[in-house]
Ligand binder design. Structure first.
Ligand code: PRP
Ligand code: URA
Length: 209
């Protein structure tokens, strides 16, 4: 069974409050989503293995740690996942970025695929799939399946807000994928929006409706 990591650092909780607030406009919303994504990336990369390299300080030669092992990739689920990419790239600028285009059909609530472009060496990378919202879990389940079908073996899923229903769905469909979220909210409403949530993440990021 995959693990659920709730990253409840005070800075993240503070910024998430203003992300949720409906009076926060698109510019500030985008900035806050980017900032929270950077802060979350700190925890999401905590497990990365280290190795020693020899360097010379102004005082002496010494062994010192650098990140070893697998290269990283970030895969935003379009559109709203894009809002999280730059914040994560601030901490891991060498990561490659793949894109998965999915939208949730408003009638069936099922994800519809419209785009996929991955780095060529996806099977050698640890992938961080990002989307601010994990609601029914349909989009994340499909997005993760996309990257698995293209060879990805080690995947984490990172969102800002998760509903219990979405977590359950991902844990069932992808028990090998750990979930990182800043909040587990109460429930979904009749339109499968997260309650209390933040509304429609894509619309709030890009000022559409
Ligand atoms: C939102 C969100 C997720 C999805 C979550 O995207 O960014 O991808 O809904 O819902 P689910 O867990 O029930 O699948 P949306 O379909 O609104 O598309 P957009 O990002 O293009 O606005
Ligand atoms: N997608 C969103 O953007 N928000 C929700 O609450 C649910 C799905």
């Amino acid at each position: 069974m995959s693990e659920v990591h709730i990253i409840d650092h005070p800075l993240i909780q503070h910024k998430l409050t203003y992300i949720r607030d409906k009076s926060t406009g698109a510019k500030e919303f985008r900035e806050l989503v980017e900032e929270v994504s950077t802060l979350m990336a700190y925890e999401v990369t905590r497990h990365l293995p280290l190795k020693d390299i020899e360097i010379e300080t102004p005082v002496i030669k010494t062994d010192s740690k650098v990140i070893a092992g697998k290269k990283l990739g970030i895969v935003p689920i379009l559109r709203a996942g894009l809002g999280m990419v730059d914040g994560i790239l601030k901490l891991i600028p060498a990561a490659k970025v793949g894109h998965v285009g999915l939208y949730r059909d408003p009638e069936t609530l099922e994800p519809v695929e419209y785009y996929c472009k991955m780095p060529t060496d996806i099977e050698n990378r640890e992938l961080i799939v990002v989307d601010p919202m994990l609601a029914t879990g349909g989009s994340a389940e499909a997005g993760i399946q996309f990257v698995k079908d293209r060879g990805a073996k080690k995947i984490k899923f990172v969102c800002l807000i998760a509903a219990p229903e979405g977590i359950e769905r991902i844990q069932k469909a992808h028990p090998d994928v750990d979930i990182y979220t800043a909040s587990v909210d109460e429930k979904l409403n009749d339109h499968a929006y997260i309650v209390p949530g933040l509304g429609d993440a894509g619309d709030r990021l890009y000022g559409t409706k």
